[in-house]
Design a protein around this ligand. Structure first.
Ligand SMILES: Cc1cc2nc3c(=O)[nH]c(=O)nc-3n(C[C@H](O)[C@H](O)[C@H](O)COP(=O)(O)OP(=O)(O)OC[C@H]3O[C@@H](n4cnc5c(N)ncnc54)[C@H](O)[C@@H]3O)c2cc1C
Length: 494
């Protein structure tokens, strides 16, 4: 058996989270091995956030052009998918080639290994015949893959996941979308705006089921206006493919489509990671971590596989914590000051632990010795990039009530705001606020509408920093912006 090669840190999986950790630790001067079996950068740049938002940008341009007829004369629009596919191929993904990302990592001093890594006992990672022993730690950032429901017949069909949907060069005439979550709705609306007849089939009784019911209703209405057929509460019994198209059989009904896109969630594949060799249960749905992303001695995890929110911004946020904590461990291993017992959360938000000593630079950010942030997900933001956008932060009304919070709700419709009225066509949306009446702070909010994801930023600060509602009421909101509707929603809190 090959002698293990001793390095400082091994990062397994270089998606958004793992890549960030590996690059920043390499930049800080550590000997870092980064292992990736597919493309460095992971799902987000190649099959997720970036190309899907390029598609959405193009589809929204079409929708805006149609709105000319109501506001500014007349416009004839002829959708063409070719420039969208070209942009994704050439600008977003370099035809699904990660050379730029690999060079960026190695340029920072990292050592790149292409392959599948798995734990091989404490501090050890095996990739093929190579074994690495990590002096200071192993970071797992292996993400998730599409979760395919065990529907009779489905596995034998040539269904699409997000990969085929993003890589598509020629659009089908008809598309069935299994799953009415954020990804399903975003892609359904894009394809519909390019002329595809789309049917969304969702098992829950509403689309966007994790968000406020008002958000579900708004998104469903918007997609229906784009010609998308939405069927909720559907129990799919069987899927078949006859060589030219798909049939989804459900509750006596049958839905047909030339292609079938399955977007019913994502799954972490913990069973592949050798967790048993370090005494960690591989049967969990996600890899449990503490508030410093620690799995067990010498092992950290980052990103989607932690189950704290399948978003790039969560992976990046967690990566910052891992970098600081690994550097702190290294410092202590070298006999530096120990800050581990004094964690404190500052202002109820992601806090810092203070200690003394010289600063250490990691990827441009200075990490003071012993300054280890801890994870806090109270103000977790997310945006569904449909048109209108649905932005949300923190708790929904139901989640707040389930936690026994003394809830007050504020609501305002964007169409009745000055900006909404001026905007006219395409102005659908609302602001909904969830307040903890006893604490006098917001614990959740939804901002749906044109630029709903951008308007969210003010609400994100309010929830994250627990800004007193009395202060929010006495702020000056710019006239006539969409965000000014927040003041109307605050006034309606009851
Ligand atoms: C269509 C779509 C749209 C999205 N849009 C958004 C959005 O708008 N905003 C947002 O915040 N998020 C969005 N997301 C989610 C976002 O892409 C993920 O949250 C993010 O990619 C998670 O990063 P990660 O590093 O945890 O995992 P991943 O990006 O999944 O990367 C994990 C990497 O690990 C590698 N790997 C796995 N196992 C091994 C192994 N054993 N050895 C070596 N390598 C391994 C994989 O090949 C992969 O490259 C979207 C996702 C999809 C599918």
């Amino acid at each position: 058996m090959a002698e293990p090669e001793v390095v400082d840190v091994v990062v397994v999986g270089l998606g958004v989270g793992g890549e960030e950790v590996a690059e920043r630790l390499a930049e800080a001067g550590l000997v870092v091995v980064g292992i990736e079996r597919d493309l460095v950068g992971g799902e987000c740049p190649y099959w997720g956030c970036v190309p899907s938002k390029m598609m959405i940008r193009a589809a929204n341009a079409l929708a805006e052009a149609h709105r000319v007829n109501e506001l500014a004369g007349s416009a004839q629009v002829r959708p063409d998918w070719a420039p969208v596919a070209k942009r994704i191929r050439e600008e977003a993904t370099d035809t699904w080639d990660d050379k730029v990302a690999v060079d960026r990592f190695t340029g920072k001093g990292g050592r790149f290994v292409r392959g599948s890594g798995r734990l091989d006992g404490p501090n050890r990672v095996r990739v093929g015949d190579q074994v690495f022993e990590a002096r200071f730690g192993v970071v797992l950032g292996t993400g998730t893959r599409p979760s395919i429901p065990p529907i009779d017949g489905l596995a034998d069909t040539p269904y699409w996941t997000n990969h085929q949907a993003i890589e598509v060069e020629e659009l089908p005439d008809t598309l069935l979308v299994l799953g009415g979550g954020a990804i399903g709705l975003e892609l359904a609306q894009v394809f519909a705006r390019f002329g595809v007849r789309v049917t969304v089939v969702e098992a829950a009784d509403r689309v966007l089921a994790v968000e406020e019911p008002e958000a579900s209703a708004l998104a469903a209405e918007a997609l229906r206006a784009d010609g998308v057929e939405i069927r909720t509460g559907v129990r799919v019994g069987r899927v078949s493919h006859d060589g030219t198209g798909f049939t989804v059989h459900a509750d006596g009904a049958a839905f047909t489509g030339e292609k079938l896109l399955v977007v019913t969630g994502r799954r972490a594949h913990l069973e592949e990671l050798g967790l048993d060799t370090v005494g960690v249960d591989a049967g969990q749905r996600y890899l449990a971590v503490n508030d410093r992303m620690h799995v067990t001695d010498g092992i950290w995890a980052v990103g989607d596989l932690t189950g704290e929110g399948a978003f790039t911004h969560i992976a990046m946020y967690q990566a910052g914590i891992v970098v600081a904590d690994v550097l702190d461990h290294m410092r202590r291993a070298k006999g530096g000051p120990d800050a581990s017992g004094t964690a404190s959360v500052v202002g109820g938000a992601a806090g810092v632990v203070s200690a003394v000593g010289g600063a250490m630079s990691a990827g441009g950010s200075t990490v003071a010795p012993g300054s280890v942030p801890v994870a806090d997900y109270r103000a977790l933001p997310r945006v569904t990039f449909t048109d209108p956008e649905v932005g949300a932060v923190g708790l929904t009304e139901q989640q707040a009530r389930d936690r026994g919070i003394n809830v007050q709700v504020g609501h305002t419709d964007l169409t009745s705001s000055t900006r909404g009225w001026i905007h006219k066509t395409g102005n659908a949306g609302f602001i909904k606020l969830i307040a903890d009446a006893d604490q006098g702070v917001l614990v959740g909010a939804t901002s749906a509408g044109p630029a709903g994801g951008e308007v969210l930023s003010a609400l994100l600060v309010a929830v994250h920093a627990a800004v007193p509602i009395s202060q929010l009421r006495h702020m000056i909101y710019t006239y006539p912006t969409f965000h000014r509707a927040i003041s109307d929603a605050l006034r309606s809190l009851k």
